[in-house]
Design a protein around this ligand. Sequence first.
Ligand code: G6Q
Length: 553
Amino acid sequence: MARLTERNSWKALEAHAARPQARDIVGLFASDPRRAERYSLEAAGLILDFSKNPVSDQTVQLLLALAAESSVAEQTQAMFDGRRINVTENRPVLHIALRNQSQRPICVDGRDVMPDVRAVLHRLREFSESVRNGTLRGSTGKPFADVVNIGIGGSDLGPLTIYSALRPFAQRGPRLHFVSNVDGAHLAATVADLDPEATLFIVSSKTFTTQETMTNARSAREWLLTNLNGAESLDSVVGQHFAAASTNLDETGAFGIPPERVFGFWDWVGGRYSLWSAIGLPIALAVGFRQFDRLLAGAYAMDEHFRNAPAHVNMPLLLALIGVWHTNFLDSPTHAVLPYAQDLSWLPMHLQQLDMESNGKSIDRAGDTVEYTTGPIIWGAPGTNGQHAFFQHLHQGTQVTPCDFIVAAKSEWGMAEHHEILLANCIAQSEALLRGRTKDEVLEELQARGIKGQEAQRLAAHRSFPGNRPSSTILMERLDAHSVGALIALYEHKVFVQGAIWNINSFDQWGVELGKGLAKEVLNDLRAGHASPDHDQSTAALIKRICAMRGKQ
Ligand code: G6Q
């Protein structure tokens, strides 16, 4: 296969992007009264309107040709077939098996993984139901009122994002808390108001060796031992107030968690793709297993769409290709995720990890340095708050930032008046980004307000908007478990397609290793009260200052 930048479609896209009208979205609307309809798709209960992007029929054709030349369909098939596409760790990538609702077997090395997946789901159902209905209680007989998930990265952000999204469905369940940061403030502030007798900790860690998580887990165990009335032994406390989601049964056992409280998963589930596995236990505990099942069903519906829909109407594929168009040909360095839903406030962070940890790579699958831009910086915050903060940059900054607006037509909280205002703002912002406001329009308005001449000219430049700023809108009827499942799966497959085109391994994360290793060395230095000679000057000086401040020198 020719190198990416040597492919015909890539070269054609470069020429296409060099046209003077390449960014003229307003012009595209003017020439096509059916554009909004023709550039919208529906799948798994989600509607994607991508008409406010600078793409014409020709752009889409060229992008689809790029996908074909990059063997995206074959790579997709390889993932669904359980082939070892995570080439640096020699693992299959099968988060899609976790939500496979069909009888289709999914095999790794000839062995169907589905019976194991279903067995863990069955245990998750039983455990979550017995905690929720009070059959399973703490060591003193109190039902669990609070559940604390201890995990970080993929073992935190996924469940946290989903739990926040489904808060309206969390009635009658225990309250759920998340502790991720090794900063003691996180655990201390979380447990401060909790009743140890009614608290269940879930240690969520694929490896069960992560420094932050294990430090928090040990301190939580200590807190229970100190504060639990009648805490007899470590074993009884851990056995009754802890559960774990992990692939490392040796370590969960060594921590003291009995096997019946450990929910396993497999090395073919990447951390940032693990919320569908046992890592989703806190979600099931908070909103009930039925909702968790709906979440899986929503993701499965998107998986099936992604696997089967023809390329020109394939939602994850088109979302990914439009992203490639912005990143590689229109030079947008970042991408904003703007959920107009308070309940989706963690979504930008989750997608930031999903996308940036997957595609923040500069070495291709053959081990060569790539000669093109890969994953953009993903950022964002819920609307309407962002409007009062960084939207200035989106509308008038020198960089063009493609935006994803995400919104549900109905609210789960009632409060219809609030929701109408929210919707109006969401729609108006994408309209404003597209339409802009010319200097003449501003001058006219200023004149009507009695501001004329030089003063009007001076102000008009500041008050006009360039417009033609791209966005996609993802609309759903309700923000429920099914649509949230479909939404996250949509982005997972978008990231997959982009990684496939960029020829990078989206499923490893070696970039986080170096800092982890150095942290261990620095920790030794801080404990010993001096800086070892291997550090650079700045690092050594910082260690010395800290030691001095802590009275260790
Ligand atoms: C995600 C990453 C990373 C991981 C955390 C936690 O894809 O691999 O964020 O989830 O480092 O790891 P453990 O679950 O092993 O504690």
